[in-house]
Design a binder for this molecule. Sequence first.
Ligand code: NZQ
Ligand code: MN
Length: 949
Amino acid sequence: MKILRVDMNKLEVHYENLPEEWKLVGGRGLIAKIMNKEVPPTADPLGPENKLIIAGGPLAGTLAPQLGRISVGGKSPLTLGIKEANAGGPAAQDLDRLGIRAIIVEGMPPKDKLFGLKISKDGVSFIPMDEYKGMKNYKLNQELRKKYGDKISTASIGVVGEKKYKSAAVSFSDMLGDPSRNAARGGLGAVMASKGLKAIIIDSSGASSVDISDKEKFRETVRSWIDTLNKDVTCWLFRQFGTPLAVSTNSYQGTMPWQNYTSGRPLGFQKVSGEAIKKLNLERGGKMHGCMPGCVIQCSILYHNADGTPLCSAQEYEAVGLLGTNLGITDPDAIGRLKYICDDLGIDLIEIGSALGVAADGGKMRMGDVEGAIGLLAEVEKGSEFGKVLGDGVVSTAKALRIGRIPAFKGQGIPAHDGRAAKGIGVTYATSPMGADHTAGLTYRMPLQKTGQAANSLRFQVAASTCDTFGYCLNAVPGGQASLYSFLADLLSARYGMNVTAEDVLKIAKETIKEERKFNEGAGFDKIWERYPSFYRTEPLPPMNSVFDVEDAEIESIWDKLDGFKEPKQIWEMRFDPMPPLLFGPGVIRQLGERAKQLKMKKALLIADPIMGKLGNTDEVRGILEKSSIASVVFSDVEPDPPVEEIEKIAKLYQDEHCDGLIAMGGGSSMDAGKAAAIKVSQSGPLAEYEAAMGGGGKIKAPLPPLICIPSTSGTGSEVNSYAVITDQERAKKLLIISKMIIPNLAVIDPNITRTMPKGLTAETGVDALAHCIEGYVSKNTPFHPYYSGLAVAGVKLIGNSLRKAYHNGDDLNARMDMCMAAIDGGIAFSKGLGLGHAIGHALGAQYHISHGKALAVSLLCFVRTNKEVCKNEFWDLALALDRSEDLESALMRLYQDLNLPTRLRDLGITEEGIKALAFEVGKDAANLAGNPAPLNDRRILEILKEFY
Ligand code: NZQ
Ligand code: MN
């Protein structure tokens, strides 16, 4: 493996061997080592002493997934410290295939001369590029491709780089050859310009594939990692929506910038959410792809205009945040236009978005004014007086406009994650050698907690350093048990025939940070800059109204713990959610009063289905409560699939009436309304903030008011589990909340109450319970859980024995009792996870208001068909339990026939045209889809829906 040294003074190149001790080090790590060895930290960033280093990772050329990031480094003209910025695209893979780990560009050519560097198997040559002076990135790329063919990958600077503005990026070509992948932060494009380099052209054609010492081990490691990525919920979400998926989550968290960082929840963020952008883009023929070859996530968005022509490549979250909401812009097309201009100019969109926000504050444009923003970008291109100011970034802009509130850390504009509402990120900005860089350690754990944030940030800074040092993509780090450190160690061992451990990998990542800190110490980095902008301490960020209040002492202590840092132990823990105390049996309802009293209820809010009132059940319950001297108020208007607004109404009633406990009687809708109301009256945020997909469960803090559930249907199992499903009408989707805090304090299960269920409802809710058992039994969310699996089989057996009986004779108390028990079994069993069935079921419920059980009947058939091969043995177990047969799908068909249930989507009133929209909605349900045993993608989902149309 070689280092290519390029002397721009003499216009000479030569190869050096990569020192043996650096064999496993790449990207950011290698940059830090070279910088300390070769560049005085006091060097002028744009002077002859500084160097531009381009380095790939030690696994780049292997085509193992996600390992081809390319790093660019040097001393930053913006932060005046060491800088590494990385990008996707095929460049790193090409360099590795050519045997090059790093390129070091040093010296300077005669003034105003511009060169290109062409690297191929046949050698390296300098190309005079004066003719390309002033040419923008897209045009330049076209010209270079015309000349050197389509196989090349390029790194180039646009006009902003040529002008040596401090926000200049180094732009890499993507898989389509567009210069859309930017090593953007820190002004490294200006460093490249100072070396007189306009472009680097890499042509790896004819190069042989890289050597791998133990091919078998390598393949096996890659295979199992891909499997891990395929099952990861976050990776699934990235794959579905690209990085803009974070628009909704971060807006709810209150960290997405709005109008110069004055709020963390942009007005109208829904218009630029990942879902909205995907929907719009698909209709226009746009698509998603991987930013580097071999990527299994493929989260990069090729965004199209309304007329179907391409608008920009890589419409990413940061673009939406900085070029969009931070400027008051919530039009995806406008953001796409701005993104294209930035790529073409070769400018860091975070820095310029931040600077434009300040410019708006200073009266240079209006918030929300797209043309104004475009006009200012044109000033940058022209190099007018104010254009220069803007091009030098946010600090320069604020200073020129005499604005004291500067949204920057260490000279660098703040990305679209506000550290006031995610304080671990604030610590990263304040301590990272990289300055305000979200890729240096992004963490949304315990976002609002004041303490523990140094440790929180440290963990993610080390992880980021690992990714950047080994060329791994930050968007593909799975949660759960998977260890990125072990994965990298296994791959390194297999490629280089060494015995590398996860600890070795961690050690290299730590060294990277240490080397960077050493360089920065020499550069006086911490002395030049304040630790954080003062408004972070004083200006509360709506809607969380939080400030960055992590103590200085804690922030200062962060690096003391670097040496001792170990990868958090990945204990594999089998989860057993606690069961609520159960009263089970005909007549147990009479004990309700005494038990409510034990829970210290004095005035209960009784939440119930309308039918409970009509049947006299609410009066009966109130009578029972009264005997135990418990007063009660009734809300008996719960509608099926209760919406957020209804929960707010219930919560208001609870508060107005000064209640101190909740009793929910009815189907899943009433019980879930009770659970959600318990959250609403005890927590401060909007319900959406507690959504499971956003890690909301952890935010629910005790105490919640006591809650008793009395099921009147036998389906959801809500009476015993930790789930609540509420309908978010605004987003037309089901909002899932999961928390131990909402497991009822008591479940009163009296089969008598379920006797009044009409035939249809009996069948539908019975199928819901059945789906919980079947999907739970095979779900991949928790692959091993014999306890839940046992309950699932037991539930299926009870349903097989008794659902038909309960359907034909509602008064058959034994059958009702079995079904009550089966619902509990299912309600617990699906804690193991669900799959495609519930993804379809919930989409149908939210979109078409089809009752949950009815929707599930067809959905369950889709589930069974899709997973038939993968779950052959398990489905055999279940068919035997259901009706002593062998084929689950036909057993279900027989059951549905007897229960008069629908078997096709058309039976539910879905039109054929509606199928595509339905498939889109199903695709959003990452949590359930990630649990599906057979791997799924958009195409497969559509296919199966069509099969069951
Ligand atoms: O509206 P009325 O006239 O009152 O009729 C009710 C209700 O509309 C009727 N009903 C209930 N008990 C009755 C009765 N009619 C006669 N006799 C009785 N004893 O049934 C109608 C439907 O009730 P609903 O609560 O909506 O049905 P279900 O129990 O199936 O619950 C569905 C809800 O639960 C959620 C679903 O998404 C849906 O919102 N789920 C909750 C889960 C959980 N918490 O664990 C998991 C499930 O997968 C599900 O998502
Ligand atoms: Mn269900």
